[in-house]
Design a protein around this ligand. Structure first.
Ligand code: PLP
Length: 400
């Protein structure tokens, strides 16, 4: 009898592991490695948020809270949904998790039976398909390619839905492409969902505040109120407030689903960290003006990276609406030879070449389900990005 559960056999080890391990090995050998793989803002958590955490600590808020989150934070989240998204959620329709990842995990754990299908547009955030597999569900991958700005077309969704479909997972702005759906694009997706009343939407809005060039963020339950009863609107503090280490994510949705997720939480993690919850209240209710400065900084970095990558031989890079990622196409370097005589057969080979030849760590598109591409996170300084892109240009120029 195997000791490890059989359901684990469906889950792959992260495809980013190999490149991360190689980067660590090169660094240990003293190589100058520039990491462009990080999925977190390089800014510090704002001071007023840290202050709120210190004050909570001084007040002795160091005990358990309700498993689904403190009443005050749930209220602050309800206020946020009303203020920023025009969505009304009562506190019993809100759950706080240990990061957005935990919220998604619990939603899938609460709803998926063996064989249930979940539609996931590719390229996708790496955790979605594996979480579905872990619950015994079946990820149904829909290719949202560069020809449609990395967005799923309504007719693709319509075709992917079967009687077994339980969820559509939408992520806008997206990790890994930065693509964000406009209100009209969401409207068209909503129209398809209205035809299929058994399908729910899990919308991952974690990059909501990171949009550029005047892009106006919308979330699907706001665009189509008739979907409200079958939408889980998920968001979190990690990306908007540079709070990845604090582990606070949240969602609003129908009370029975939230209750079921709360039950899982009460039997697994219990409440998210009490001090982090106090900090998140300050983040949500405090000043939001600094977000404009962050947006400006990210936009300037995005433009720098897109321009320099488009100057690299064999690469093509679209300008995304949001997040802090770009997802350049590298079809033009496939089948080329490195100076050492190795053939670049796919995007994993290309990512390995960039790391070995120039010490630039990126993530290959294969990890996100759409190739040949790679993901660059531009959540680092303009100087570092300029140096990294110069190295990428040099690496591409050396291919024959
Ligand atoms: C699309 C997407 N959703 C969710 C998460 C999870 O964020 P958290 O740190 O809140 O768990 C991430 C983090 O990388 C992400 O990129």
């Amino acid at each position: 009898m195997a000791f490890l559960a059989s359901r684990l056999s469906a889950v792959k080890p992260s495809p980013t592991m190999a490149i991360t391990a190689l980067a660590a090995e090169l660094k240990a050998k003293g190589r100058d490695v520039i990491g462009l793989a990080a999925g977190e803002p390089d800014f510090d958590t704002p001071d007023h948020v840290k202050k709120a955490a210190n004050e909570a600590l001084a007040r002795g808020e160091t005990k358990y809270t309700a498993a689904e989150g403190s009443p005050e934070l749930r209220k602050a989240v309800a206020e946020k949904f009303k203020r920023e998204n025009g969505l009304e959620y009562a506190p019993n329709q809100i759950i706080i998790g240990c990061g957005g990842k935990h919220v998604i995990f619990n939603a899938l754990a609460a709803t998926l039976d063996a064989g249930d299908e979940v539609v996931i547009p590719a390229p996708y955030w790496v955790s979605y398909p594996d979480m579905v597999l872990l619950m015994g569900g079946k990820p149904v991958i829909v290719e949202a390619g560069e020809n449609n700005a990395f967005k799923m077309r309504p007719e693709q969704l319509d075709k992917a839905i079967t009687p077994k479909t339980k969820w559509l997972i939408l992520n806008s702005p997206s990790n890994p492409t930065g693509a964000a759906y406009t209100k009209d694009e969401l409207r068209a997706i909503a129209d398809v969902l209205l035809k299929h009343p058994h399908v729910w939407v899990l919308t991952d809005d974690i990059y909501e505040h990171l949009v550029y060039d005047g892009f106006k963020f919308h979330t699907i339950a706001q665009v189509e109120p008739r979907l409200y009863e079958r939408t889980l609107t998920m968001n979190g503090a990690s990306k908007a407030y540079a709070m990845t280490g604090w582990r606070i994510g949240y969602a609003g949705g129908p009370a029975p689903l939230i209750k079921a997720m709360g039950m899982i939480q009460s039997q697994s993690t219990s409440n998210p960290c009490s001090i982090s919850q106090a900090a998140a209240i300050a983040a949500l209710r405090g000043p939001q003006e600094f977000l404009k400065d962050w947006q400006q900084a990210f936009k300037a970095r995005r433009d720098l990276v897109v321009t320099m990558l488009n100057e690299a031989k064999g690469l093509r890079c679209a300008t995304p609406e949001g997040a802090f990622y770009v997802y350049p196409n590298c079809a033009g370097v496939i089948d080329k030879k490195t100076p050492e005589g190795k053939t670049i057969g796919n995007d994993t080979d290309f990512a390995t070449y960039l790391l070995e030849a120039e010490g630039v760590a990126v993530v290959q598109g294969a990890a996100f389900g759409l190739s040949p591409n790679f993901r660059i996170s531009y959540a680092t300084s303009a100087e570092v990005l300029k140096e990294a892109c110069t190295r990428i240009q040099r690496a591409c120029a050396k291919l024959a």
